[in-house]
Ligand binder design. Structure first.
Ligand code: HSE
Length: 302
């Protein structure tokens, strides 16, 4: 019976001003192992923390994404066994649902004879997720820019050459994307729109050129962060600390509550030491991780 294992990176969406468009794939992974069986559905979730959040029946997002593609491909497996291992924490703003969706779609596409192109997979993933930023980063890796327009996804992935790292500060509480989206206004004043367009454009130029001098300014946002920072304990203090320690730019990762900070690889170890000294006292229950940028995206590893 056919068997496959896919590795998918977690991701940090928005990067400040790029709401629903920009993404950064990170070296924290979900592993999705799928085996076609004689009958039924079996879903095994290997870690206790994830078990709490992910259903092990037909409501499971990896399974639902696979079913979505199988139906389009006209492929009907007799049964399926899914074994899921998640490093990406759920409901923390690190793209865990997108990693599930991309993992399910990539595995299902492989099992049904690779009927769909990358663009078609991206479109399916965006329709399931509702926005393209995390799914694009999870699928392609690197720093990604995407646009979902008239039912089609347009995207670009820029690979980062190892000069940047991303420090993530992950609170021990959840904020659902739904809740974080519901706090946003329906309309914005022209000055905020102009602010975000100019900052997002400068951010893309900085990331793609590798000239990071403008990042600190570029990473500022007026579309979602001002409304979401209330969900993050000690946001302002942490933001200021990260800046004092030499961060190139700090932003709310996706819809939060994780905070992400871009740092130069050369300074990363001392930066981590400094910030750990502070968070160990101020936020002892949070998890602080120094991650690289994943440049590979979703990958079939077996
Ligand atoms: N762009 C989305 C949001 C990401 O900010 O709501 C959710 O992970």
């Amino acid at each position: 019976m056919a068997k496959i294992k896919v590795r998918v990176p977690g991701s940090s969406a928005n990067m400040g001003p790029g709401f629903d468009s920009l993404g950064l794939a990170l070296t924290i992974y979900n592993y999705i192992e799928v085996e076609e069986t004689e009958q039924g559905l079996s879903i095994v979730i290997s870690d206790a923390e994830t078990k709490e959040f992910l259903p092990t029946d037909e409501k499971n997002l990896v399974y639902k994404s696979m079913k979505y593609l199988f139906e389009k491909a006209g492929h009907t497996p007799k049964g399926l066994k899914l074994t899921l291992t998640s490093e990406v924490p759920v409901t923390r703003g690190l793209g865990s649902s997108s990693a599930c969706i991309i993992g399910g779609l990539v595995a299902a596409n492989e099992l049904s004879g690779r009927k769909f192109s990358p663009r078609e997979i991206m479109t399916m993933a965006t329709k399931i997720e509702g926005h393209s930023d995390n799914v694009c980063a999870a699928f392609l890796g690197g720093f990604t820019v995407s646009v979902f327009d008239k039912d089609e996804v347009f995207y670009y992935s820029h690979k980062i050459n190892g000069d940047l790292k991303c420090l993530v500060l992950i609170p021990d509480y959840a904020v659902t994307t739904q809740k974080a989206r519901n706090t946003l206004p329906g309309y914005y004043p022209k000055r905020d729109v102009a602010f975000n367009i100019s900052h997002a454009a400068l951010l893309v130029a900085s990331m793609v050129s590798g000239n990071y001098d403008n990042l600190l300014c570029a990473i500022d946002d007026r579309v979602h962060e001002p409304y979401r920072k209330i969900f993050i304990d000690g946001y302002q203090k942490l933001y200021n600390k990260l800046r004092t320690y030499g961060s190139l730019g700090t932003f709310i990762s996706g819809s939060g509550p994780t905070l992400a900070s871009i740092i130069e690889a050369d300074d990363a170890e001392s930066f981590l030491e400094d910030i750990k000294e502070y968070t160990d006292k101020a936020f002892p229950t949070w998890s602080v991780k120094l991650l690289d940028i994943d440049n590979e995206g979703a990958k079939i590893i077996e």
